[in-house]
Design a protein around this ligand. Structure first.
Ligand code: XIL
Length: 302
């Protein structure tokens, strides 16, 4: 293929990007989006603060702009994210206990129901594990409602949209030897053994000097897949430039293609200037929309 999406499709996979609704009027941005990608993730528009700014009052207008754009062009949609400690509306940040648990369940049910039939994969729970060597859950208001909050979120999402793949998504879960990776692996294995509905694991894969691309990344993908879930690379960006950056993008693509159940790659933005990173050049297109060496390496690896 001559584009990322078409080449990935030839391998039975998708190649996606995070999209910001307020950039859908930027011609350069939309031209690249429509040409190269066959999956989208709303960068912020489906998060709790965006979709339920006031308790019980839902606003899907910005998310729907992205959904409409994708549907009109046959692109898949990754839903991101139903339950997360971050980017909660103020009213939820101030809640705890059973009231927060009920609000979380209602949020998951309402959003997944609203988008039923339109979402390929949902990030049902995002970033629920702690960094470091402890291998435990992240402390958060949601975690303090009880350890079963994650499985309840998955069960609620399944009931609301039985056709969507339900994913657990996190960062720093790339290196197989790290405690956080092992902890997520153990949770997925436990869910599978107890019949908790989970279909996929998302590895955000934000690579930088503090958390570099690990040489055992393929092992991590293989081990998750062996639990009977799809594996998706969900927020890929790689700090650096030139040949070094291009080689890392190539390695990531090769690792995904080596694992049958690694069925999609999403980069976290289109141009370097679209990146959430305050500085640096972590994406596939430069600020003017030109293809970088990282783009060429990615396309040729697909
Ligand atoms: C980021 C967005 O890119 C930013 O625009 C926003 O200000 C903060 O969130 N992990 C995730 C994503 O799961 O939702 C985050 O997106 C990046 C880290």
């Amino acid at each position: 293929g001559t584009t990322l999406g078409a080449s990935a499709a030839e391998k039975g996979r998708y190649f996606g990007t995070a999209v910001a609704a307020n950039k859908l009027s930027d011609n350069t941005y939309v031209t690249i989006l429509n040409r190269e990608f066959n999956s989208v993730t709303a960068e912020n528009e489906m998060k709790w603060d965006a979709t339920e700014p006031t308790q019980g009052q839902f606003n899907f207008s910005n998310a729907d702009r992205i959904v409409s754009h994708a549907q009109a062009r046959g692109m898949k949609i990754r839903g991101h994210a139903l339950a997360w400690h971050s980017q909660q509306p103020g009213w939820a940040q101030n809640m705890s206990g059973s009231a927060l648990r009920q609000a979380m369940v209602n949020h998951v049910r309402q959003v997944a129901t609203y988008y039923r039939g339109k979402i390929d994969s949902w990030d049902v729970v995002n970033e629920a594990f702690a960094d470091g060597s402890g291998g435990g859950r992240r402390d958060s208001n949601l975690q303090r409602t009880g350890n079963d909050w994650i499985e309840v979120a998955f069960q609620t999402a399944r009931a609301a949209d039985p056709g969507a793949k339900l994913c657990y998504n996190d960062y720093n879960t790339d290196n197989w030897t790290h405690a956080k990776t092992q902890a997520v692996y153990n949770m997925v294995r436990d869910f599978k053994s107890r019949g908790i509905p989970i279909d996929c694991v998302g590895l955000q894969s934000h690579f930088n000097s503090g958390s570099p691309y690990p040489s055992n990344y393929r092992t991590t993908l293989q081990n998750f897949a062996a639990l009977g879930v799809d594996v998706q690379i969900t927020e890929l960006d790689i700090e650096g430039s030139g040949t070094t950056q291009a080689n890392t993008y190539r390695s990531v693509v090769n690792d995904c293609l080596a694992v049958a159940r690694c069925n999609g790659i999403t980069v976290w933005g289109i141009r370097d200037s679209d990146s959430w990173r305050a500085s640096g050049t972590p994406l596939l297109f430069d600020g003017s929309g030109n293809k970088k060496p990282a783009y060429d390496a990615t396309l040729s690896a697909l």
